[in-house]
Design a protein around this ligand. Structure first.
Ligand SMILES: Cc1cc2nc3c(=O)[nH]c(=O)nc-3n(C[C@H](O)[C@H](O)[C@H](O)COP(=O)(O)OP(=O)(O)OC[C@H]3O[C@@H](n4cnc5c(N)ncnc54)[C@H](O)[C@@H]3O)c2cc1C
Length: 381
């Protein structure tokens, strides 16, 4: 070997392993707009596949709907038609992998649902019978209050004999998950920029999209819009219904009171591993009321449903705005040019893991997923 060749080989070994890896992989790049659960999960999966990813948010990660979510991971009866229900079932399964990778705080203790009004209870049972007609559904049974009390000794089930037990459901600490994803994105070589607001698309074709943001211009092969209720404004579309608000109360960490997800007549609740109880309401938030009246209303319902609550110790009263597609079904796929992608949905917590997996496949491997056929944005134009 002559000296020149020897120096060449030496030079190769001087490159960092990451550099050799990215050059041989012909690295793709992506800008993800919105660091809620959907954008953070997608950016995380892309970073795992070696994509040069930049995640931006106009505020802090998790400051949108995701941070004010009830965070129930499920594929229960309201998820219809079957393609959407099956997608949600796969979503639950996909979370098991991310849970392991990132040590997420998820409690898989199932959910218990009942109603105190006879008519609503009958409707509930009808919905379960409908669910059971699907070729596959998550394990769902009907149990009486005595059995339910064994699972949840502190809950007043009002002697209901027909409680829906969906035993595979989980509840996640969403803010914790987003923050772990963001750490992992950075560790994998990606960037997270906050605050950085998407302002407009300057130019777009199948190869690149150029966008203007509050911190400068980005040109990328993939610009992925995961900005929840703001997506219509950004893309000048009409994908979403008027967003619907919901109140969420997060208590201070408190003694172990609830094991699973309790979906009672007025409110629903679960308790995270850190002891915080997360409480949501069935009704759309009466937003004209102030935080104090939200707290009063919800704590009344809570003390009616939960025995042995000495006092109601709230630490946060949040109002979240739900991004709800016009037909209630997720919107996932390329939009107009190949370099623009959109991912917006309700039940985004339940779906984040499967969505990020499939979006990453579509972007990195350039293979369209059949599982996403029913959810394409093209159905709206
Ligand atoms: C009260 C309530 C309870 C819910 N309960 C559940 C549940 O139990 N299970 C479930 O699966 N789903 C539930 N949902 C729905 C779920 O929370 C949402 O579907 C999910 O959080 C949407 O996530 P996302 O990442 O798409 O949006 P978001 O979390 O809203 O994230 C969008 C991000 O984009 C950023 N952004 C917006 N515009 C721009 C811009 N121009 N430039 C840069 N950044 C921008 C925002 O700051 C925000 O951080 C609930 C929702 C609410 C409100």
């Amino acid at each position: 070997m002559n000296r020149r060749d020897f120096l060449k080989i030496l030079g190769l070994f001087a490159l960092s392993p990451k550099k050799i890896y990215s050059e041989s992989r012909n690295t793709k790049n992506a800008v993800v707009i919105g660091a809620g659960i959907i954008g953070s999960s997608i950016a995380y999966e892309l970073s795992k596949r070696g994509v040069d990813v930049t995640l931006i948010d106009k505020n802090l990660p998790g400051s949108g709907c995701s941070g004010s979510s009830f965070s129930w991971i499920n594929a229960t009866y309201p998820k219809k038609p079957y393609s959407y229900n099956l997608f949600s079932q796969l979503g639950m399964n996909a979370f098991r992998f991310v849970e392991k990778e990132l040590s997420l705080d998820i409690k898989w203790n199932g959910s218990l649902e009942w109603s105190s009004k006879k008519k609503d209870q009958e409707k509930l049972i009808d919905s379960i019978n409908e669910l059971k007609k699907y070729p596959k559904y998550t394990p769902t049974s009907i149990i009486g209050y005595r059995k339910a009390r064994k699972l949840e000794p502190n809950i007043n089930f009002e002697r209901n004999e027909n409680i829906i037990f969906s035993k595979a459901d989980g509840a996640i600490n969403t803010n914790d998950a987003i923050s772990k994803m963001i750490d992992a994105i950075k560790k994998n070589g990606g960037s997270v920029l906050c605050p950085c607001k998407f302002e407009q698309i300057i130019d777009s074709n199948d190869s690149f999209t150029t966008i203007k943001t509050s911190t400068g211009i980005f040109k990328s092969e993939n610009v992925i819009f995961c900005n929840g209720i703001d997506v219509d404004k950004s893309l000048n579309t009409n994908f979403l219904k008027k967003p619907r608000p919901g109140v969420i109360i997060k208590t201070k960490p408190t003694k172990k009171t609830i094991n699973s997800i309790i979906y009672g007549p007025k409110i629903h609740a679960h308790q995270q591993r850190n002891g915080q109880i997360i409480i949501g309401e069935q009704i759309t938030a009466p937003i004209r009321e102030n935080s104090e009246s939200h707290l009063k209303r919800i704590s009344n319902h809570f003390t009616n449903m939960v025995d042995n609550t000495t006092y109601f110790n709230s630490s946060e009263i949040l109002v979240g705005w739900r991004p709800i597609p016009r037909d209630d079904i997720p919107i996932i796929g390329r939009f107009k040019s190949k370099s623009i992608y959109v991912a917006v949905m309700h039940s985004g917590i339940s779906l984040a893991a499967i969505v990020s997996n499939l979006v990453t496949q579509e972007i990195v491997d350039e293979v369209d997923s059949k599982l996403l056929d029913d959810f394409r944005p093209s159905r709206f134009f």
